[in-house]
Design a protein around this ligand. Structure first.
Ligand code: HPA
Length: 274
């Protein structure tokens, strides 16, 4: 079957609302509560958007929202397809290509991650300064896409101005925002303590199973990218506890209001800086 062109999904999106945000936010575990702060103008299920993947992790809704957050027009993706679910990289990153075709210029990716940096605590937020891709795959592998760069520069994958806005948004809500390097694995098993010791030596501060493919594709499409992790647990071997998805969800629940305020303030400052 021929893959869907992201432009088809973008045309559909343009037909459902007149709102033309330049900022999009992808909600990972821990960040969905921000939807309660969103003045929703239109909401559409991924199932109605050609090429959008079905989403699997519990608590993720599979819906796209157009609305205003902190007074700023935004497009919000609630839920994402993960590589560990068995989707191809093309499918995992399809929505990002559709957003670029729609006219989004700035993308904020959020996720839950395990803390490797010994100074981190569960419930902290980390603004990504850079990433290490250990997923074993790159979303740009495959035929070259006409009009887009084949070899994408990732020297400044995460935009300094957007990162500064995230830190400012943190300060406004009295939430400390840390900074660090996110290392992406394919999952879905959690890491071994030996892997985490190795990742610490690589220079990683946190580990997770998403975000990096979307960031790479967004850079290929010329979007500015920022990413924010909720440190939902200490990584394997750093924590004395067994790791579980329940722990991830419990921490996410505890900090959901802080996360929502952070995102709302980010959108507000973003709007003022346009
Ligand atoms: N490892 C990988 N992914 C994660 C973790 C972790 O410890 N916590 C949340 N997502």
């Amino acid at each position: 079957m021929k893959p869907t062109n992201p432009k088809t999904a973008a045309v559909r999106l343009r037909s459902i609302s007149r709102l033309r945000p330049t900022l999009a936010v992808v909600l990972g575990s821990g960040f969905h509560h921000v939807l309660s702060e969103l003045e929703v103008e239109k909401k559409i299920s991924y199932a109605k958007l050609p090429g959008f993947p079905p989403v699997g992790v519990s608590g993720h809704a599979g819906k796209l929202y157009l609305g205003k957050l902190g007074g700023t027009p935004v497009l919000v993706l609630s839920g994402r397809a993960h590589f560990y679910e068995g989707h191809s990289m093309e499918r995992v990153t399809f929505a990002v290509r559709a957003l670029a075709a729609f006219g989004i210029r700035d993308l904020l990716l959020t996720n839950a991650a395990g803390g490797i940096n010994r100074n981190f605590r569960a419930g902290d937020f980390m603004v990504l300064t850079d990433h290490i891709n250990l997923m074993g795959a790159n979303p740009l592998r495959g035929p070259a896409i006409p009009g887009l760069p084949r070899f994408v520069d990732l020297t400044q994958a995460y935009d300094a101005k957007l990162c500064a806005l995230l830190h400012r948004a943190g300060r406004a809500g009295k939430t400390k925002t840390r900074r660090g390097v996110y290392l992406a694995v394919s999952g879905p098993s959690y890491e071994t303590p030996a892997e985490i010791r190795a990742f610490a030596r690589f220079g990683a501060d946190a580990v997770g199973m998403s975000t990096v493919p979307e960031a790479i594709v967004a850079r290929q499409c010329g979007l500015r990218v920022a990413a924010l992790s909720c440190i939902t647990n200490l990584a394997s071997g750093i924590s004395q506890r067994e790791l579980s998805h329940n722990e991830v969800l419990e921490t996410a629940e505890c900090v959901k209001t802080l996360a929502a305020v952070l995102l709302k303030n980010f959108a507000k400052y973003y709007g003022r800086n346009q």
